[in-house]
Design a protein around this ligand. Sequence first.
Ligand SMILES: NC(=O)c1ccc[n+]([C@@H]2O[C@H](COP(=O)([O-])OP(=O)(O)OC[C@H]3O[C@@H](n4cnc5c(N)ncnc54)[C@H](O)[C@@H]3O)[C@@H](O)[C@H]2O)c1
Ligand SMILES: [Zn+2]
Length: 363
Amino acid sequence: VTPHAHVTVAPPGSPSYRITVGAGLLDRLDSVLDEHGFTGRRVVVSSQTVWKALGDRLREGLGDVEPVLMADGERHKHMGTVGRLYDGLLRAKVDRGTVIVAVGGGVVGDTAGFAAATYLRGLQLVQVPTTLLAQVDSAVGGKVGVNHPLGKNLIGAFHQPRAVIADPLALRTLPRREFRAGLYEVVKYGAIASPTLFDGIRRNLKLIFARTEDTLVPIIAECCAIKAGVVERDEREQGERRHLNFGHTVGHALEAITDYRRFRHGEAVGYGMLAAAKLAVARRAMSQPDHDALAELIAAMGPLPPVGDLSVKAALDAVRRDKKVVRGTLHFVMPIGIGRVEVESDVSEGELAAALDAIGLQG
Ligand SMILES: NC(=O)c1ccc[n+]([C@@H]2O[C@H](COP(=O)([O-])OP(=O)(O)OC[C@H]3O[C@@H](n4cnc5c(N)ncnc54)[C@H](O)[C@@H]3O)[C@@H](O)[C@H]2O)c1
Ligand SMILES: [Zn+2]
């Protein structure tokens, strides 16, 4: 029997839905969708890259489908691509009863999800995430959207999926760096909410890197359960949902000052978690041993791109411009211990500067 796990998400304002994590789900996607109770027509939206990597298995699982393919990569995550998706949906004669099945990483999920949220004022959406990041993060929670030339994810909507179907076997073809980038978000879940998950990652690192499904299924499911719990309690990011931003204040700043080219998002979050832990130790919110455990696990994921040429000042400027600064107040996610964080609004620029210096940026 292949390993399987289910997580139910009940967002306050939308119908509840199921996340199914299991090895081999892609090879029988049609019957999985039947089992979820979808009777209507299905239109698959994916990307050239994903279709090349997984098309054989998807054709097996879906029959001879004609997918609507979009260009992949962060630089195609914009309204022009959404417009082309509308064209494709029109050509495919998509109507109100059609289910959009988004198969791909976070870029496909966010872009196709936004098209689904807006086409005919909203179509049912099934997310079939194929990167680790998408399986543990972007496919869950209902945020969809695209970038604007002036900033990331500025155009968007909340559109909860009707189901999420995650197959860890899809991750076999993922480039190693993409897989690792997703792992930093997995570490994040452990760090904010679950010492058990955190220790599980530590103990099973070899099996995780071997991408064994028996190891990955429970880990992916636990990450989804943590995110689902947070989203249920705070769908629109007023309070607890901010915990998911652990490591993201500094992470986003590092991405922004390198024009989103140097780091995969997860890698920047790796640095961000490290900086947050250093800041927390400096104000005695976190113990040195907890800091060390987090730093060691991040180091065990492998080398991160260099930051020695980046300036503390440029990073601070970027933090000030970030969305997480609401009316001049930075809501900083402070690690308190492994599995516990708190949101603090009294973090000074001096403290942030010291933490950036401590992770290696230039003073
Ligand atoms: N909506 C949310 O809540 C949320 C949360 C986190 C991140 N995001 C968004 O997610 C995006 C990043 O997603 P990502 O990390 O999945 O990157 P991605 O979608 O760009 O995918 C990374 C690369 O892997 C390829 N790929 C995907 N699946 C593959 C597979 N199975 N085998 C081989 N190659 C495969 C893609 O073609 C792409 O080149 C960002 O745009 C980010 O803003 C959204
Ligand atoms: Zn993230």
